[in-house]
Each structure stands twice: as structure tokens, then as C-alpha cells.
Design a protein around this ligand. Sequence first.
Ligand code: AMP
Ligand code: GLY
Length: 436
Amino acid sequence: MKENDKTVVVIDAGGRGSALVQKYSQSPQVKKIIAIPGNDLMSLSSKKPVKTYQKLKTISIKEIIEICKREKANLIDVAQDNAVEAGLTDKLNEQGFNVVGPTRSAGQIEWDKAWAREFMKKYKIPSPKYKICNSKQEGIQFIKSQVSSRWFIKAAGLADGKGALPAENKQEAFEAISQMSKFGKAGKTFVIEEWLTGEEFSTFAISDGNYFQIIGSAQDHKRLYNSDKGPNTGGVGCSTPPLVVTKNIFKQAKLIIDKTLKGLAKENRKYKGVLYLGAIVVKGKVSVIEFNARWGSPEAEVLIPGIQNDMFEIGMHIAKGNLRKIKIKTDGLARIAITGSLRPEAVRKKRKLLGVREALRIDGVTMFGARVTKENNYYLVSTGRLFHIVGKGKTIVQARQKAYEAMSLLYIEGNSLHYRTDIGWRDIERIRKHSV
Ligand code: AMP
Ligand code: GLY
């Protein structure tokens, strides 16, 4: 019989970490979960006690190692991009821990978009045309030399999902290039990319370094306002499964993931953990927008709950390089996540979040926290992406109805809750068109 005394450490603060905590907590082998930094809502969806260290950062390497040693961690899931870039996985590996998450060198596929584009070119992975620039001058010269077009200008380093700036014409491109300096070190090198027009989706694979399995696909909504208007965010809602991922598109996505993981292994950067392919379909062909070395958020919140296996077992198989031994199963349900944030115009101050208990009474609804704290029996929020409400159902229409029903019961003091009301619109439109 398997022992039920395992301790899992999840390195993340937000909704992605909350979804992982929930799934690990469902493992009969797991007794205790530690989340660094974690958040106060994690215990709402966890079946086991969750201890958080909210004063620490995901890159507090020394302290994290001390905690893992003290708590005799059996498995550590490095779920956050900054931690990957800081080499937390490498340091934990050196200490002999079982770790899910790529090393710094494998994770370069996310934390260095310039390196990633060169890698994709070398391994013939379909991508937009691009130019890597190391100075503002170089960028301006390049744009001047081009016939007028549309581009994306991207900081090469990590920028909280906000480092990609669209440019509709040369003038906007010059402005975007000037903006790169605001990303500091992350924007020192930047990439000018051809703007591809098509429908986006993301596919998630887990790899043990030699072998991979795909968990599923999702469709994220990056812009802050309805109808995909407003500034880019880290993601304000998503749905699964996306209908754009037909058998043929899935086959292409899988091939891209296969080539990528093989390429990384060839470069001596074996990839262990979750690989996130951000893709776009242009005239039936899949092209890579970006790779991330982690789950997406809120994509994790719609994909991880569907996993039917014991998550501790999956994690250990990734860490030990035995992933072939198990077949990952999912429940096949549709899920929609809606992200609640503070109204952009609201003054940043602590406000009460009300209605949590009522929202969670709806069957098939889960709430994953990001920036919600609990004080004196009140949930408090102040800034940023605050939480994600996930609804599930047999179809995306059902899942969406549940998620919005729950959302309508939530309220932030001063009428300050913002969320998009059109999450999943592409597929809802497709379904409705076919049902008339
Ligand atoms: P990224 O930070 O690379 O994820 O980019 C953020 C968002 O910008 C993506 O989800 C796309 O919507 C858009 N984007 C980035 N690069 C391109 C591109 N080359 N063509 C079209 N859209 C892009
Ligand atoms: N939702 C997009 C991301 O996690 O990067």
C-alpha cells in the first residue's frame, strides 16, 4: 500500500499555483502542501492543509531550499517563470530533491525570446519572420529598411506578459521600440516580429526529458476589455477545449512540441516539466507565437482540474524520468475561467471582496485566488488580477453559464470588480451558428 505521508511544495503565488495545490491535495499519498509564496484562497479549494509563506518570493532561493529541507519535501513543483529563470530548479536538483520544472537552461525557451526564435529557426519550427535587435538604433534602422507593414515588438526578457507591443505601422513601431527601455534589463534586447493574423490557442505538454504527453489545449483572452480591446494582460479568461484545435491542428501542435523537446535535448537542455505552446493558426497552418516554461494562468485553472490521475504520481514520474509508465487521463469536460480584477480606474486601496461563499455554493464552480488576502474573516483585495472563477460543464455553453452565475454573486466594495463578459466568445459564436 502507498503511504499517505508526502509533502509537496508548490512555488507560485497565483491561480496557477492554486490549481496545482488543489490537484496535489487530491492525491491519497499527499498529507501536506506548502505553497511559496501561496495565497489565502488556496485552502478553499485544497483537500489538505496548505501552509503559505507569503513574505517570500518565488526567487527567494536560499529560504526555499531551507524550507524544503526542514519540511522534508518529497516533491517540489516550480511553477513560476521568474523562479525558472533564477535557476531554482537547478539549485533544488543539486540538493537531490524531486523537482517538476525546467532548469534555467531549458527554460531559456521562455525567458529569452531572442534565443527562443533562433532555436526555432535552427530546428525548423514554424514561426513568424523576425529580427533580433540589441539597440534602439538597430530597431529603427530595421523598420526604416522595410516596406510598411504590421509588427509585434517584444522585449526578449520576462515582462509579466506585457512585453509584446503591437505596431500597425512604422510610426507605431518606432514608438514601441522606444518603449522597450521601460522593461529595463528585459527590454535591452528585443525582437521585431512579423504580425501574424489568425486564431490563437495554447497546448500544454508535460515532459520528463525524454518523453512527453499532451494534457490539453485552451484559448486565452489577453486583452483587458470585451471584444479583445484594450491593453494586453497576462490573461483575463480562457476556455477549454478550443474548437479551433481540430485533429489536424492538434497534429501540427504535437509535432511542434515534439520537435521542440527533441531540439532542447539535442542542445543539452533536457526539458522536465510543463511546456506551454502559444500558437496561432494562419490559413490552416500552426505557427509559434511563444513558448512558456510553465502552465499558463488561467489556462492551468481550466486544464489541471480535468486531470484524473494522482498528481503526486505524475509529478514523481516527471522528476524521475518515468513518465512512460503512466497514461494521463482527463475528464473531457469543458471549462471556462473568468478572471476578476480591480476596475482599472479604481484607486488602489484595500477593499472587501463579498459573496465568496454564495458563489462557491454553485455546483461545478471553483475559485482560485491570485491576490486575495483574508483578514478578520473578510476577503480583501487591492490590485492586479485578483481571482479566477472556473465553471465546468458538458459543453462550453454550460461551463460559461456556471462561471458567470458565480461571478454575478461576487462584489468588490465601491463597485470595483472588473471582468470580461465575453470569455469563450469565439466558440460560443461557432456553437450558436450551428444550432440555429
Ligand atoms: P506574448 O507576450 O509573446 O505572449 O504576446 C502576447 C500576445 O501578443 C499574444 O498572445 C498575441 O495575441 C500577440 N502576439 C505576439 N506576437 C505576435 C505575432 N508575431 N503575431 C501576432 N500576434 C502576436
Ligand atoms: N495566460 C497567459 C500566460 O500565462 O502566459
